[in-house]
Ligand binder design. Structure first.
Ligand code: ATP
Length: 234
């Protein structure tokens, strides 16, 4: 479904990604893990058309997307939930959700999508008239995921959804990410929480200093000596 081939990405003169290649197949939950500054967010920005790779290719459902502007990429069904969520704090929960459904492919199914999101997140339904800015951190993360689902994505990309959440909510977020995959949405999960991300992922890639250094099934990498030493403190 998504194929990234040898991309180099720069911020001005500064290179952030070197020859990064990976793929996400339809129906998979793939995770990209790595430490602070490894290049995870940069990779997602390149995928969603916010940064242009200097070399290499990105294909989505066979079509090259690395030359398209961001809104065209969204129209094709890639939804990117940025780090920090970027909700509208002065709008209600429901208004925030509805802003997710304005891409052309999702507009006609708005009501149905809203019901689906409330089914996945009953808490959001209870709070649908509440201002987004008054939600707890965990609820805001749920809202950000819910808003992305409103765009009926084919591929959902999440940037560190567990950041800043209490452990019990972290587990809840990972459970929901798996549930979304089980419902047929392909997921690319970017995470610093290596342990949890590898536990839920079908396949995983490790990003270090802008390069992919390891890859394999999530469970296999969990047992890898190098991963255990570098990321799990074992
Ligand atoms: P984090 O978890 O801390 O967000 P990350 O893995 O997402 O880390 P990136 O944000 O992709 O890492 O950063 C990768 C590299 O690119 C870092 O060295 C960072 O300093 C650099 N970088 C990121 N954004 C910019 C920018 N706007 N201008 C210049 N360099 C940047």
């Amino acid at each position: 479904m998504l194929e990234v081939q040898g991309i180099d990405v720069f911020y001005g003169q500064v290179q952030a990604l070197w020859d990064v290649s990976f793929r996400v197949d339809e129906g998979e939950l793939v995770t990209l893990v790595g430490a602070n500054g490894a290049g995870k967010t940069t990779t997602l920005r390149a995928l969603s058309g916010l940064l242009r790779p200097r070399t290499g290719q990105i294909r989505f459902q066979g079509e090259p997307i690395h030359t398209l502007p961001g809104h065209r990429v969204t129209d094709l069904g890639l939804a990117h939930i940025p780090e920090g969520r970027q909700l509208f704090p002065d709008m209600t929960v429901e208004e925030n959700l509805l802003t997710g459904s304005y891409v052309s492919r999702a507009r006609s199914a708005r009501q149905q999508s809203l019901e689906h999101v409330y089914q996945v997140f009953p808490r959001l339904q209870e709070r649908r008239r509440q201002l987004a800015g008054s939600l707890s951190g965990g609820e805001q993360q749920m809202l950000a995921i819910g808003r992305a689902l409103m765009s009926r994505p084919r591929l959902l990309m999440l940037d560190e959804p567990s950041l800043g959440l209490a452990p019990i909510l972290v587990r809840e977020v990972f459970r929901i990410v798996q549930e979304i995959r089980d419902q047929g949405v392909t997921v690319l999960l970017v995470e610093q929480n290596v342990n949890q991300a590898l536990t839920v992922a079908d396949r995983a890639y490790v990003l270090e200093n802008g390069r992919i250094t390891l890859q394999g099934p999530g469970q296999e990498l969990l047992g890898d000596e190098r991963v255990r030493a570098a990321y799990l403190g074992i």
